[in-house]
Design a protein around this ligand. Structure first.
Ligand SMILES: Cc1ncc(COP(=O)(O)O)c(C=O)c1O
Length: 608
């Protein structure tokens, strides 16, 4: 293919069988450059003015073409199309250089994978960020928790480490020192920062054009990781039998599930689900509002309410839906403000974004910091209605929210508080009643929500609180009103698990023994574990590649299944191997894991 670049300059490309492309570029014999690029090579946006820049272009081209990360960025056909397009007109250069910058980010960051669990972030540089509807939050990409840290810090850290040029995104913020700014200035600055960071974070999703599928074909990170045998996600298990599971025919010690009480394969829970199928069938095929409610749902609601000492309960189809539904229903107006912990779960962020679409504002306070919450609430006007929302146990860190202090602040400001106890139910608090019970502040927490998908060994969600509040939610939450209700076997399994959980307190005791043993042993070995005091123990590796390689070695060499959390799912330098424990792990499982952790930790230089 020939393309004229200027009056006396042309680019010629020839695709040959075997996957390579020959390129020939220049304006005359002495000023020509040619060479071979792999078929999947990325195109660099070539400046229209060649002449003296040819040598630079040649070097840059060779460097990029030789880089495997670049090679797998996009397919050759699209590259060549983009290249020739760029060269057709000078104004295209701007557009192409933007694309190149994004390509560079993908190259440097190594991959663009979706958030795994966004509940990790750094507190660095966090004032109180506020975002109102229609500016960033409502219309921006709902990348939970990616909002604050991501691109700026990501770029700063990754690029420094790679010695590569920091893109514009990594430039120091021109904002004035925080202390001298008024709340309004800070709000504006935070909005701008958030918008900028969000746009950079979702690089690949921003490469849109006429065809909305285009970016899907450009998304190569997962395919490449699969090819390299280092893709850790979506791997189908043959069996997930509790402490032991089977992956591709091989038995593994499962340290990557949230089956905290080990009830997913309990014969009584299985039987309850089977009986419900026999009696009621497999699905309600309708929402709670119309044909989707059964007495089974109501019974479980009453049981959950009684268990938590609250007036009423509401059963949802998933834990994610709990937050989306409750938050969007309660905050759907311009005077409502979601005041959330920066490291709250993705579902909370998504619920807030829905509320923002209806006019609400979002204010984020520093992670688990009552003083920051106090400040955030102080800055709200009397006509604004804040709902403070926090995870009870933070899902990636295993850290318990400081609810005793947080509720004091909430009371002081006459605000309301919702606690997501997904990882707390069955794990902490007397009788496994979760975070509020752990601190003895159940009465001060307005709404407690959670999921069936962890200790309750099922699928579904729950919320308890005042009857009138739940009644409002069930009449005003679209995602509740227009989604099919939890299926009978799921409700029955959760109900049975709740019953077993209360009847067998040894499970919570054993769970604590197990995670305490692991935490102490891992710390003794020298691993860094953060502030965990629950069944989730993150092992900080602080490096993407090392995290994935350790995950791979643990799994393949030692049969230990853990979850690698890497960027951009977590901020740079916060990569972890997330481990989680069950009441049904035996000491021999844990010791097998400890031995493997020690060996792998030493092999990869995390332990000395
Ligand atoms: C804190 C938190 N909230 C909500 C959810 C969503 O629950 P579910 O899996 O039932 O949708 C999760 C799931 O991981 C979670 O960790």
């Amino acid at each position: 293919m020939k393309r004229l670049l200027g009056p006396s300059c042309q680019l010629e490309t020839t695709c040959v069988p075997g996957g390579a492309v020959r390129f020939d570029i220049g304006s005359g014999r002495s000023n020509r450059t040619s060479g071979w690029i792999e078929r999947r090579a990325v195109c660099v946006a070539l400046p229209a003015r060649l002449g003296s820049t040819m040598a630079t272009v040649k070097d840059l081209g060779k460097k990029l073409a030789g880089s495997p990360a670049v090679m797998r960025l996009i397919s050759n056909d699209r590259v060549m199309k983009a290249a020739t397009g760029v060269m057709e007109a000078r104004e295209r250069f701007e557009q192409a250089s933007g694309f190149w910058r994004e390509g560079w980010r993908v190259l440097v960051d190594g991959h663009v994978l979706p958030n795994i669990d966004p509940a990790m972030d750094t507190d660095e540089d966090l004032g109180v960020d506020t975002v109102d509807a229609g500016r960033n939050g409502a219309t921006g990409h709902a990348r939970p928790n990616g909002a604050a840290h991501d691109a700026t810090k990501n770029n700063g850290a990754s690029h420094g480490a790679n010695g590569s040029p920091p893109p514009a995104a990594a430039a120091p913020s021109p904002e004035a020192p925080r202390k001298t700014r008024t709340p309004e200035e800070r709000r504006k600055a935070a909005e701008e920062r958030l918008a900028k960071q969000m746009s950079q974070r979702v690089a690949i999703s921003k490469t849109g054009g006429k065809d909305v599928f285009d970016k899907c074909f450009k998304f190569m990170a997962a395919d490449n990781a699969r090819k390299m045998g280092v893709y850790p996600f979506f791997r189908p298990l043959d069996f997930n039998n509790g402490p032991l599971a089977q992956l591709e025919g091989k038995e593994v010690v499962m340290l990557g599930s949230n089956n905290y009480l080990g009830l997913t394969t309990d014969p009584r829970v299985r039987e309850a689900a089977q009986q419900a199928i026999e009696k009621y069938g497999t699905s309600m095929t309708g929402s709670r509002l119309v044909n989707g409610s059964m007495r089974l749902h109501n019974e479980l609601e009453q049981q959950l309410a009684a268990y938590h000492g609250k007036e009423a309960g509401l059963v949802f189809t998933t834990g994610y839906q709990v937050n989306i539904a409750a938050i969007s229903a309660l905050l759907a107006n311009k005077r409502s403000v979601a005041v959330i912990d920066k490291e709250d779960h993705a579902s909370i962020y998504d619920g807030v974004r829905l509320a923002q679409a209806a006019g609400a504002r979002m204010v984020r306070y520093k992670h688990n910091d009552p003083a920051s919450l106090d400040k955030a609430l102080s800055e709200l006007g009397d006509d604004q209605g804040p709902l403070v929302i926090t995870d009870g146990v933070f899902s990636a860190q295993g850290e318990i929210a400081r609810l005793d202090e947080l509720v004091k602040v909430v009371k002081k400001h006459k605000a309301r508080i919702l606690v997501d106890d997904a990882h707390a139910l069955g794990v902490i608090g007397p009788g496994g009643r979760g975070t509020a019970a752990h601190f003895g502040v159940e009465k001060d927490v307005d709404l407690i929500g959670g999921t069936f998908s962890k200790s309750l060994a099922s699928i579904g969600g729950w919320m308890v609180g005042d009857r009138k509040v739940l009644d409002y939610i069930q009449h005003f939450a679209f995602s509740f009103l227009f989604a099919a209700s939890a299926a009978p076997p799921c409700v029955a399994a959760a109900m049975k698990s709740l019953e077993i959980m209360q009847a067998e307190p040894w499970r919570q005791v054993k769970l604590r023994e197990n995670f305490t043993y692991m935490r102490e042993e891992l710390r003794r070995m020298g691993f860094e574990l953060g502030n965990t005091d629950t069944a989730v123990i993150p092992i900080y590796i602080r490096d993407d590649l090392k995290t994935v390689m350790m995950w791979k070695s643990l799994l393949e060499d030692y049969g230990i299944y853990v979850n690698p959390f890497i960027t951009p799912g977590v901020p740079p330098k916060q990569q972890v191997l997330r481990t989680s424990y069950m009441a049904t792990h035996e000491k021999e499982h844990l010791d097998q894991a400890l031995e493997a952790f020690e060996k792998v930790g030493k092999k990869f230089g995390v332990l000395s």
